[in-house]
Design a protein around this ligand. Structure first.
Ligand SMILES: O=C(O)CCC(=O)C(=O)O
Ligand SMILES: [Fe+2]
Length: 344
């Protein structure tokens, strides 16, 4: 690859730019129709679910588990995301993680570059400090920097996936968990959004939906900035308590649940004054397994709505769609009209 060809693929790091520029460079500026109008986004009424009660309602707790399950259902039907409290992860552990992340991002560039996500300054790899992969010259860049490593919050994932299996009427609570396979993956990604002098022009993270089964998000200080799209309108997800976790459905779950759960399109807008640090835990299937609607959710009345695909190939499709800001899962949809004409 010629040197001038590589230049657009390896943009300057946003964190460094933010310290030096008054106006974001042209490559970060969204076209007019995509610019965020943060003030115009009404708040999303994202329910807060008590995970302890959801997972183990006590017999004398009349509206306990049932009530939490109803909240979860409402959240998933309307938003595709919800917040959980009483999740069993110590606040001190969360604070520790967020401080470590803050400390990391405050290090001099040289130190962070030792963990670069570029090999020899050019070839992109999934792990490390830097920007997202840039796939084409015209791609509008996101105002964030990332560092990736893994941490686990398995119990939360397990309890949520069990509740979702129960809710969708599957007879085995572990049905979704078993679909993940023995080599299921979890990636942790720290997102850092420095303050931006022109939040009206740039995007922290462009609109996308996650490819995961579920994503668990921890936001330092419960800062705001996250927005979710519903019926063509952007809603801001209210800043939560710093120790609540935000969980969203991913596209793999949308396929596995045969569309019972939808993966929401979301984005992050920046602020002129405040930085934002978040940790996203991406739970995905064993790359060798197939992602397909689970047998218990497919029948005559509700035939499979999505094509089957190997998890590994799904990931490839996803990353292409991420940079374009479109949902990969929409390309897997089987339209009923086509199905009957295929049969005839
Ligand atoms: O930083 C956030 O709040 C959201 C991050 C996100 O959507 C992602 O990393 O996929
Ligand atoms: Fe996301």
């Amino acid at each position: 690859m010629a040197a001038d060809e590589q230049q657009w693929q390896v943009p300057a790091l946003v964190q460094e730019l933010s310290a030096t520029v008054q106006e974001p460079p042209g490559r970060y500026v969204q076209p007019e129709q995509h610019r965020p109008d943060a003030a115009a986004a009404p708040p999303a009424s994202v329910p807060l679910v008590d995970l302890g009660r959801l997972s183990s309602p006590s017999p004398d707790d009349d509206d306990g588990g049932g009530d939490e399950a109803a909240k979860l259902r409402r959240a998933l039907d309307s938003w595709g995301l919800f917040q959980v409290t009483n999740h069993g992860i110590e606040a001190s552990l969360m604070d520790q993680l967020m401080s470590a992340s803050e400390e990391f991002f405050r290090q001099p560039l040289q130190v962070k570059q030792e963990f670069s996500n570029l090999n020899d300054g050019e070839q992109f790899r999934a792990e490390g400090y830097g920007n997202d992969k840039v796939r084409n010259k015209d791609q509008i860049l996101d105002w964030d920097a990332l560092h990736e490593f893994t941490v686990r919050c398995r119990t939360v994932k397990r309890d949520v996936l069990r509740a979702m299996a129960r809710m969708s009427g599957l007879d085995d609570d572990d049905h979704f968990i078993n679909q993940l396979g023995r080599r299921a993956t979890v990636h942790a990604r720290f997102n850092y959004y420095p303050p931006c002098p022109r939040p009206d022009l740039v995007m922290g993270i462009k609109p996308h939906s996650d490819g995961t089964v579920i994503t668990v998000l921890l936001v330092a200080g419960g800062a705001d900035g996250l927005q979710v799209l519903r019926d063509g309108v952007w809603y801001s997800v209210p800043a939560s308590s710093p120790h609540a976790l935000l969980i969203n459905v991913g596209e793999s779950m949308e396929v596995m649940s045969n569309g019972v759960f939808r993966s929401p399109v979301h984005r992050v807008v920046t602020s002129a004054e405040k930085e934002r640090i978040s940790l996203a835990m991406f739970y995905a299937l064993d790359p060798e397994r197939a992602i397909e609607p689970v047998a218990g959710l497919v029948d005559e009345k509700r035939p499979a709505l999505y094509k089957k695909m190997k998890a590994r190939d799904f990931l490839v499709g996803l990353s292409e769609h991420f940079s374009r800001g479109t949902r990969f899962v929409d390309t897997l949809k089987i339209t009923l009209g086509l199905r009957s004409s295929n049969r005839s």
